[in-house]
Design a protein around this ligand. Sequence first.
Ligand code: URA
Length: 281
Amino acid sequence: MSDRDAPLAAWLDWYALMGVTDVVGEHAADRFQAGRSDEPPETAAHSAEAEAIRTAAPAPRAAPPETVPLGLGDDPYQQGRRTAEACNSLDELIQALRDFDGCALKTTALNLCVADGNPEARIMLIGEAPGAEEDRQGRPFCGPSGQLLDRMLTTIGLSRETVYITNLVYWRPPGNRQPSAAEIAVCQPFLERQIELVRPRVIQFVGGMSARVLLDAKEGVTRLRGRRFTYQPRSGEPIPALVMFHPAYLLRSPVQKRFAWRDLLALQDVAVQENIVSLSG
Ligand code: URA
């Protein structure tokens, strides 16, 4: 990096530290003309701590209060349910989501983000919501938490070839806030249909939110992880389900990784019982 680029890099570091992840203005403001008082501290920008904070996902902000009272004739929940139930393949479901305008998140997202991994896989992972990188690429878990998730799966012999990954909602909530109850509810029929179409032998909830919604549970992730659940699809056999800490949380609280390891062993256990992986390799 040249001497000329260093102040610019320090500014970008500073913005990342402050949790700024997106450019919203049309025109760039020349901060170098704005006086020295608001320059970033040079030392912090290059410290190991700054690096750790920069690469970890920021803590999600709370969802906004619900603001979508619905008219009788234009109920997106009913429309979503009817549309999702009419889908007979994952391709149809993806197309239906492309055409569906009932979720407000679609208006601010760059891309629809339905799934990654192997649709034939017998393990289905369900996270929360796409983040900035997922929104850019249009596939779940391809940002920093996805990279940690990949490393975690590798330790128990799994990979994107052996799992299928999706989220509770299919578009990124602006600014990485949590999805609201209305946004989750409108996506839920599509997710339920997606599960019926994939027909996994095990569901691994990634974080507490997807577990609470699909298992109709109230507890936080700390109480949900470490237990065995059963998810009952609207049609078909009950599916064993587990809950693990979300990798974004582990990036913020690395001390919890020892519990995450137990979660992985629990998933490996079920995967072995279901003949999805074998311990001998
Ligand atoms: N967090 C999630 O829950 N899902 C993603 O796809 C990315 C981050």
